[in-house]
Design a protein around this ligand. Sequence first.
Ligand code: FRU
Length: 439
Amino acid sequence: MDKIHLKAPKNWINDPNGFIYYKGKYHLFYQHFPYEPRWGTMHWGHAVSDDLVSWEHKDIALFPSKSADRNGCFSGSAVEHDGKMYIYYTGVRYLTENPEDIHTCPGDNFASSQMMLISDDGEKFDNMNRKFTAVEPIKDTAVGSYSDTRDPKVWRGKNAWYMVLGSRSGRKGRLLFYKSADLKNWEYVNFTTRGDLGFMWECPDYFEVDGARVLIFSPMGISDVGYQNLSVCMTVDFDEEQCEMKLPDKYEMLDCGLDLYAPQSTTDAAGRRVMVAWARMPEPDERGRNGMFCIPRVVSVKNSHIFFSVHPNIEKKFSRRISDINAADKAGYRVSLDINDGERVDIGGYIISRAGKKIRADRTNVFRGHGEIKTEFETPEINGGIHLDIYVDENLIETYINGGEYVLSNVVYDLGKYVRADGKCEIFTLAKGEENEKI
Ligand code: FRU
């Protein structure tokens, strides 16, 4: 069992996939390379939870078994239909081979098919007999890219099923929309783009919440310092019938810490929109696991600003007040405080401070960055008082500002065992009897 932050049992994790509340349980699949703590031929790992707090690891769900997915089962999503779990993902087949490393593709020269697998129960995944091709690799360059079209997100619309794919045309990212009456036959309908946001768009997600239409995606090449691929969110106009999506000029970063990537959302048991994302790690943890997921966050929209708040199931668990973090559970602890201009809180060497209307974070002393990965971050300007709820785990610190108005999350290593705040702060950990048993 993993609590709060999900990691793979071993080796490599990247994007969350197929996130769904299905027959009373949460299923969270993930991009997984089971052999080493690095990216390689993708499988879908699988974890299940009753409450979004404790995760039980299951066997690998999807693995390469067909010519079209022989080099990997890339990202995708899941929906329920007639009691069955329909999984959509991108199958890749390399067109050039690296004889010294069959797990990567020289020159990114590969064919991408949108594929599906039907599972009757969310427990058995028949990779031999229940896989089908939903959309063949795209040959028309006016529509999208043969190699770079991927990450199907499927949802039920008013009168049909819809699929959005990340793609590009030349060096401009775009999204492609498909429609289906039966979840098996898919028809291309339309695309959307805007000129200035990277060269390829990955992992699109679209949903309605609080009367707003929200689009989240992950453009590649949006930044030239630090991670070059970053996730963004925005409210959009969308005409479902024509699949016509108008993107606004304004967009926001998914998270001010810039480590999170490739988010995916679903609806929880109570109908809330919940999102998880991959926290990128430059090095594996002390048990050789690279990559993890952030706390499931509830998405809401107020005054056209997108909030990401800690899911109440998790917030509730951090209920035992402690005065010394040595008494904290292995799953971590929460530090809560109001912060005034000029004040700071030092969490084992990770410094959060307030400068005027902004919150800043500095991980210089608790990071093992390589190359240009950034160590200092800040939020946009925040009006009014500022309250922080900081969730601390050994490799991820998530600072929720004013209940999710902004979130700033950072991967860290070798945190010291102390909390020093300028002002007053309270510390909470998991209640007794809730102790974590991380494998
Ligand atoms: C995003 C991504 C997806 C792709 C997957 C491959 O991190 O590049 O676009 O499906 O990872 O692992």
